[in-house]
Design a protein around this ligand. Structure first.
Ligand code: PXG
Length: 439
């Protein structure tokens, strides 16, 4: 370490605090595709930070926009007041959102976005006089952040078990990962559309469709190891939701902003939800921000139900549409457009796929899954020690190979900035191959 720091006071999120603090991994600067560590090494960023720095680190236009805004106006309230950038940021986001999704509620991150979307769904049915619809459906292995709404619809046991019953009226679909049938699929897997049928055949049959407000799913499940929707699966979910007037929410916190090679996963996968939750790449992670992009008719139902001078939706955050976040979002979306980064991701995807699947056959590799610029490499676990194999590889990549990867369980998840070059794709997978061979 270049400088001794006191690590005792920061309680780190989702981290093995004691293990980390025994040998801290510290970043002190970032530019383009690389971090600089505190001991002066350049580390290739294979994860876009945490799936969020899609335009690469330190983009000068985004930096300048934030600096300008900080010096012009630090903060303005958006409760019964506003500032022009709030409207501009909403319009900018709508300019890349799927058609019909054109009303934007701002918050500060993905977790707040999820809770906001769930509240909009519940309240939407109430304001239309359909208050029976109080039930929410999520999915096993779904990650929807850490708010009580998000952990309720989320499907990760470890994120739920310590926190009580959370929301009461929630049920879960099973996830569609099927390695037996789909191992080493390239792109969208062939088998598993029938997993969507259980929404109707099991969950709606049990609860009755008239009690269900919304289904929330990640188009591609990122955090729990890159679970890609099988062919026809999301289309089926959409059709069942339509049939029973259930709102479909796509949590695009990871799949938004070019990750799959188009603005949103909805575009890429050709399935339109009623709401999109986004965050992360919205500001290139330079300032925290989340948003829920909503179909106009949902928004309009709130407007129609409240008295003319009444507050239509009793929800919001001090920092909803924070000026710095708005400036960052506007600049980021401009950068995505000007630098054609979504198109770039689409163009690179076949090369990335090829590189990913070149690891097939290496020790411990049990499955490789990819879509756009995301890839999951699932490894055999060490007996009785789930997570250690992948974590070990992560640590080696960082210290010995100067490459940052992300692991979840025994799955390596890669999601580089969309500015990655072919040479850097080779480096990323080449390093992982070397480390795997040495395992
Ligand atoms: N929804 C989805 C789909 C996410 O992936 C959230 C909601 C919550 O967002 P915030 O901004 O509240 O963290 C997320 C976050 C990982 C990892 O390595 C993934 C996330 C966060 C941290 C780590 O898989 N996703």
């Amino acid at each position: 370490m270049s400088k001794q720091i006191n690590t005792e006071h920061f309680w780190m999120p989702f981290s093995a605090n004691r293990q980390f603090k025994s040998q801290p991994r510290l970043m002190v600067a970032a530019e383009g595709m690389h971090y600089t560590t505190d001991d002066g090494r350049k580390v290739l960023d294979g994860t876009a930070g945490l799936w969020c720095v899609n335009a690469g680190h330190g983009n000068p236009k985004i930096v300048a926009a934030i600096q300008r805004q900080a010096a012009t106006m630090d903060f303005a309230p958006t409760f019964q007041m506003a500032h022009p950038l709030a409207f501009e940021a909403a319009s900018k986001l709508v300019s890349i959102a799927p058609p019909g999704l054109n009303r934007v509620f701002f918050c500060n991150d993905g977790s707040e976005g999820v809770d906001t979307a769930l509240k909009i769904a519940l309240a939407y049915h109430r304001v239309r006089g359909d208050g029976m619809r109080h039930r929410l459906i999520g999915r096993e292995r779904g990650y929807h952040g850490v708010g009580f709404g998000g952990i309720s619809v989320g499907g990760i046991a470890g994120n739920r078990k310590h926190f009580g019953p959370a929301l009461p009226a929630v049920d879960h679909l099973r996830h569609p990962l099927n390695i037996t049938k789909n191992a080493f699929s390239r792109g969208i897997p062939e088998h598993g559309a029938e997993m969507a049928d259980e929404l109707e055949q099991r969950l709606l049959a049990l609860h009755d469709p008239s009690t269900v407000a919304a289904l929330i799913v990640e188009p591609l499940q990122g955090s729990t190891g890159v679970i890609i929707p099988p062919k026809g699966y999301l289309q089926k979910l959409r059709a069942i939701c339509d049939k029973h007037s259930i709102l479909l929410i796509f949590d695009e916190v990871i799949t938004g902003f070019g990750r799959l090679g188009s603005a949103f996963g909805a575009d890429y996968l050709g399935v339109m939800p009623d709401m999109i939750v986004c965050a992360k790449g919205l500001t290139n992670a330079a300032v925290p921000m989340g948003a829920v992009v909503v179909k106009q008719e949902i928004h309009d139902a709130f407007m129609a139900a409240a008295p003319e001078n009444g507050i239509e939706f009793s929800h919001g955050y001090t920092y909803s549409a924070h000026p710095l976040a708005c400036a960052a979002a506007i600049a980021t979306i401009d950068v995505y457009k000007e630098e054609k980064l979504f198109e770039r991701a689409a163009e690179l995807a076949p090369y990335f796929e090829e590189a990913a699947h070149s690891l097939r056959g290496l020790p411990h590799v049990k499955d490789i899954r990819n879509l756009g610029l995301v890839c999951g490499i699932e490894l055999d676990s060490q007996i009785g020690k789930t997570t250690t194999r992948a974590f070990d590889i992560f640590v080696k990549c960082f210290w010995e190979k100067n490459v940052l990867i992300r692991t979840t369980g025994d799955i390596i998840a890669l999601s580089p900035p969309l500015i990655i070059s072919k040479q850097q794709i080779d480096e990323l997978f080449g390093v992982i191959a070397e480390v795997l061979k040495a395992e």
